[in-house]
Design a protein around this ligand. Structure first.
Ligand code: HEC
Ligand code: HEC
Ligand code: HEC
Length: 459
């Protein structure tokens, strides 16, 4: 008698526990504008169909709440996931159905990583939605779309056939630039007359023989004035979507105006600099041959920016590998690249310069700044520009090109040890604890990213 009642109780509990997931199998989600988009391309259509069936709920502003979301407990369970999901990725904005530009390399890499690692949707959601994940054919469709989008928009002209759909691509051999402007910009880049006391030039903090940096924790300006942030490399800076750690300069031209007048950098005044340069008859002639207005701030900045766009470092061992020379990397280095990808590093360090395309929070998975201590204004990153709370501690993802020769690392220049950086990145950005061996393999891979400038490998 007693055991009979117990049995009934168990049956009732089981039925109640199953009610939601089973009903979720039967009642589909309402459709969203994403699934109603008109897409000509069959590969794209299939992928968007899969994404809109399984992912929109937490990754668009038009949350299509399942019916049970009005129940208090269920709501609590899914609401946090939905908010957090949208914070990480707004699919509708990312796929930009209205815009004509291709989906960004960052979004492609992030979606790919989630699909390959089968990490989405989060576990709690799957408890209630047994078919919440992508099935094999849906996953295949999404990966096919990612591959096709990369091949059509991002593949380098000389990349080997097997790497045409790779998240990371080789650098071009050169930019298509006016060589006279490049030569003039080169001179100006090394000209100390751009500083207040004629003691430093751009090259003082961005030595082309020092990986494009000064190799100091933070830079020293005119009169020993101490800066508050690490000097990034100027090599390949022309490929970045914005300049500076906090992205406050949209172009290299805008960027180049800054240091001259910055009191802790060159501490000069532009009108004075222009007058000084005009006294140089040789230089004046060179300018007049290229610019009808002669020496002006705008033209100085234009020449310097053109020169910076020529600072490309092709032919690294890794690029040779991507171009088809499978012996260009050792087995250890290849293993390191595989680990780099399986750890998800390429979801931020993506494209031909492995970075420079997005802002990301330093300490996404664990609080970097609480652990480091001594937080100062430069640590706020993108927040200093937008004053948006969500941008606090977000930085432009730095390039990993030539990373082995640009120590110390991070915006705070806090460490010169690449192994320590890799360990911290895995932990603070991906929530992973890598073994010493894995860290070493990734470091070996990072060493293959050192390229050539004017035919010589950077040292
Ligand atoms: C129940 C809500 C939910 C669903 C459904 C969901 N996600 Fe997410 N998604 C999240 C949350 C929460 C995060 C952030 C936390 C995390 O990364 O685990 C996230 C993060 C992401 C990110 C960003 C990762 C990064 O590196 O920033 C991508 C990409 C993503 N999801 C893709 C997908 C795809 C593809 C699907 C469909 C198969 C999907 N998600 C379905 C909640 C969801
Ligand atoms: C006193 C040292 C110093 C001098 C001189 C200097 N810079 Fe910089 N440069 C820095 C520092 C530090 C940063 C990073 C500042 C930040 O992000 O807030 C930087 C950033 C840059 C960046 C952005 C790179 C990136 O990845 O965001 C470029 C490009 C650059 N400098 C070019 C120049 C040029 C061109 C000159 C000469 C006109 C110059 N710099 C002079 C120290 C210097
Ligand atoms: C969520 C985005 C994200 C992921 C994932 C990520 N990084 Fe980073 N990485 C950044 C940001 C942002 C910085 C700059 C942080 C700072 O300076 O405070 C950075 C900096 C670095 C630097 C130092 C660059 C320099 O010039 O100072 C290295 C090296 C690096 N990452 C390697 C890796 C490796 C290896 C992985 C994978 C284990 C990885 N990153 C994963 C965003 C990311």
């Amino acid at each position: 008698m007693k055991s009979n009642r117990f049995l009934w109780l168990v049956v009732v509990i089981v039925v109640l526990l199953l009610a939601l997931p089973v009903s979720n199998l039967l009642v589909g989600l309402p459709s969203t504008s994403l699934s109603q988009m008109e897409i000509q391309d069959a590969v794209y259509a299939e992928a968007f169909g899969a994404l809109s069936a399984k992912c929109v709920n937490c990754h668009t502003t038009e949350h299509q709440l399942p019916f049970y979301a009005r129940l208090p407990i269920a709501r609590g369970v899914i609401e946090k996931d939905m908010e957090e999901g949208l914070e990480h990725l707004d699919l509708k904005a990312a796929l930009r159905p209205e815009a004509d530009g291709p989906v960004s390399e960052v979004v492609l890499a992030k979606v790919e990583h989630q699909v390959v690692s089968e990490a989405m949707p989060p576990g709690r959601y799957r408890l209630l939605h047994w078919n919440g994940g992508l099935n094999d054919s849906e996953a295949e469709a999404v990966l096919a779309w990612i591959g096709k989008t990369r091949e059509g928009n991002y593949a380098a002209a000389d990349v080997s056939l097997s790497f045409r759909q790779e998240a990371v691509q080789p650098l071009p051999q050169s930019g298509d630039l006016d060589s006279l402007k490049v030569a003039l910009g080169n001179k100006l880049f090394h000209d100390t007359r751009l500083s207040g006391d004629h003691s430093i030039s751009c090259a003082s903090c961005h030595g082309l023989d020092k990986g494009g940096t000064d190799r100091k924790q933070v830079s020293d300006g005119v009169g020993g004035a101490r800066g508050n942030i690490n000097s990034p490399t100027v090599y390949n800076s022309g490929f970045q979507f914005v300049q500076f750690w906090d992205g406050r300069a949209p172009t290299l031209e805008e960027q180049a105006k800054g240091p001259v007048a910055n009191p802790v950098e060159m501490a000069a005044e532009w009108p004075v600099v222009i007058e000084t340069l005009k006294e140089d008859g040789e230089l004046l002639k060179e300018f007049e041959a290229l610019y009808p207005e002669g020496i002006t701030q705008e033209n100085v900045v234009d020449a310097i920016a053109t020169f910076e766009r020529s600072l490309i470092t092709p032919n690294s061992a890794f690029d040779k590998y991507l171009r088809g020379d499978s012996n260009a990397l050792t087995e250890e280095e290849k293993q390191g690249y595989a680990l780099f990808k399986s750890s998800g590093c390429q979801t931020c360090h993506v494209g031909k310069i492995l970075g420079g395309q997005s802002f990301e929070k330093m300490g996404r998975e664990a609080d970097y700044f609480a652990n480091r201590g001594g937080v100062q204004e430069p640590d706020y990153g993108r927040f200093n520009v937008t004053k948006e709370e969500a941008d606090r501690h977000r930085f432009k993802v730095p390039t990993l090109r030539n990373i082995a020769v640009t120590a110390p690392y991070f915006h705070d220049g806090s460490t010169g040890d690449l192994a320590e950086v890799v360990e911290k990145m895995a932990y603070y950005e991906m929530g992973l604890r890598l073994s010493d061996r894995e860290v070493e393999q990734i470091v070996r891979f990072l060493h293959t990213l050192t390229g050539e400038y004017q035919g010589r490998l950077l040292q």
